[in-house]
Design a protein around this ligand. Structure first.
Ligand code: UTP
Length: 479
């Protein structure tokens, strides 16, 4: 054993994790190197702190004297003077090349259970177009419209990085310039069993998980995103999640409000449908900007209150769409050690004492993650919170069916784009609940907005048949 491996072993022993070496004698060189590499990235004191406070004990809930709904800018009405000004400021920032895109795609996508990076999921109901392709087509449209380059920074993790990069290569970067698509890898943390012990996924590999989307803050600084962005004259990063097919990746209104407020971090918010909807809520807690997770609603029961008309008072749901100024990321990076960690009880495959693989049927382990919205608490200058509707903005995919699912996203595509065809005078079948009853897809590269669609598709002769897809070059595909 080399001196550095011996040092790692002693460190693991000092923190009661020496059992991860139990197959050491049987490992070949590659296995030993892998296990050493896994252990070298472990922050042992941090993991001990997390086990002590979250596994051996339960941390006390935070208490606040006052929780109030966060002040939200009303949904954009293009006629409203503030919206007109925001739009102009956002378009100026785009044309001036001040905007970059930051996609978080490092998650494990366990609920969807798709065999591959989540962004490679073929969400298009007719074309089978992937989530990544949808995002890329939006970028191509915006670059054309504003005559700018939108560098695309994509956070991946050791769980999916190689497969994600290979997918982009296979797809020829979706027609984007490869030099403007940059992958960065977030850090991993060990999963822990119900006794706070690290677990082995294989004899030479710890069971680990990516450190949460909050891990983008150190990843942006440590992997040179901030330096690269600033060298290109970019000071605004539009943050979005891979599984939200509908996201407006660089929304001029949102950018404009952010710029005009000189904010460090801004968020979009959608109205919660019901008090217990599974979404975090933006609030001001003793004057600090926070997102309270839905799993904590019972700790702060006022968040469940409704008004006389039945509307949720703390309504500002968090769709995880933000803008981060590069200067804010650099500042908050220095506070990353103060970010709280969040615990999730999950099913984590492992090998048992005898080295046999076990696929648990019920949660058996804890994963610890940081969340990007916890950066809000370090904000001194008021952030922007902008209300959005969900259609054409927020349709995340977590599972195959039910709420926030593939099926729901495809239905939302039909409703959203079906209305564009109807605006052209084409009759689209709807079901008894008023939802569009055939699959519809419009390439975001062809048209990003209804206005653009009506302009480009004028005179298009098409009947809905069993569904309609319009490709980037305007070709019609019908199943
Ligand atoms: P989710 O929390 O929904 O996780 O991530 P997930 O990995 O997609 O799915 P589950 O929970 O395993 O089923 C929301 C977004 O944050 C990214 C995901 O890739 C997704 O875009 N994310 C999550 C990261 O980039 N890194 C992480 O460590 C966690």
């Amino acid at each position: 054993m080399t001196a550095s491996m011996q040092a790692l072993r002693e460190r693991a022993e000092a923190f009661g994790q020496e059992h991860v070496f139990r197959f050491w004698a049987e490992l070949d060189e590659a296995g030993k190197t892998q296990l050493a590499a896994d252990l070298a990235q472990v922050d042992f004191p941090l993991m001990k702190r997390l086990a002590d406070s979250w596994i051996h004990d339960e941390p006390p809930a935070e208490t606040f004297d006052q929780i109030v709904p966060v002040p939200v800018i009303d949904k954009v009405d293009p006629e409203r003077p503030d919206a007109v000004e925001a739009f102009a400021a956002g378009e100026d920032a785009l044309r001036a090349g001040r905007v970059g895109l930051f996609l978080v795609a490092g998650g494990q996508g366990t609920r969807l259970g798709f065999d591959g990076p989540k962004g490679a999921y073929p969400i298009g109901p007719i074309t089978g177009k992937t989530l990544f392709a949808y995002h890329a087509e939006k970028i191509r449209n915006l670059q054309r419209r504003y005559g700018c380059t939108l560098p695309w920074y994509i956070m991946v993790s050791h769980a999916n990085g190689t497969a994600t990069e290979a997918f982009f290569r296979e797809q020829a970067f979706f027609g984007l310039d490869e030099n403007n698509v940059k992958f960065i890898t977030q850090r991993m943390v060990p999963c822990m069993d119900e006794q706070g012990r690290f677990m082995l996924e294989s004899p030479g590999h710890l069971a680990m998980n990516p450190n949460g989307h909050g891990g983008c803050i150190p990843a942006m600084v440590e992997n040179g995103v901030i330096a690269d962005a600033e060298s290109r004259g970019i000071d605004l990063l539009c943050y979005f999640q891979v599984d939200n097919w509908a996201v407006k990746v660089a929304d001029p209104y949102f950018i404009g409000y952010h710029v005009r407020a000189n904010a460090g971090m801004s968020s979009k918010n959608h109205r919660k449908n019901a008090p217990r909807e599974a979404v975090g809520v933006h609030c001001l807690c003793d004057g600090q900007y926070r997102v309270i997770e839905y799993s904590e609603l019972d700790i702060y029961p006022q968040l469940l209150e409704t008004d006389a008309t039945g509307k949720v008072i703390y309504y500002a749901g968090n769709p995880a769409i933000h803008i981060l100024s590069t200067s804010f990321v650099s500042e908050v990076f220095n506070r990353f050690d103060d970010f709280p960690w969040h615990r999730a009880h999950k099913k984590v495959p492992y090998i048992d004492e005898a080295g046999h693989p076990v696929k648990p049927e019920t949660p058996n382990a804890y994963k610890f993650e940081t969340f990007v919205f916890d950066a809000l608490r370090f904000i001194e200058h008021p952030p922007v919170a902008l209300e959005i509707g969900r259609a054409g903005e927020y349709t995340p995919i977590k599972t195959f069916s039910g709420d926030n699912s593939v099926e729901a996203a495809r239905a939302a595509m039909g409703d959203y784009w079906g209305a564009w065809f109807e605006a052209m005078g084409i009759e689209i079948p709807r079901d008894t609940e008023g939802h569009v009853a055939v699959p519809i897809e419009i390439s975001p590269e062809f048209a990003l907005t209804q206005e653009e669609f009506l302009e480009k598709a004028a005179g298009l002769a098409v009947s809905p048949g069993k569904g309609i897809a319009i490709t980037a070059d305007g070709t019609i595909i019908q199943p």
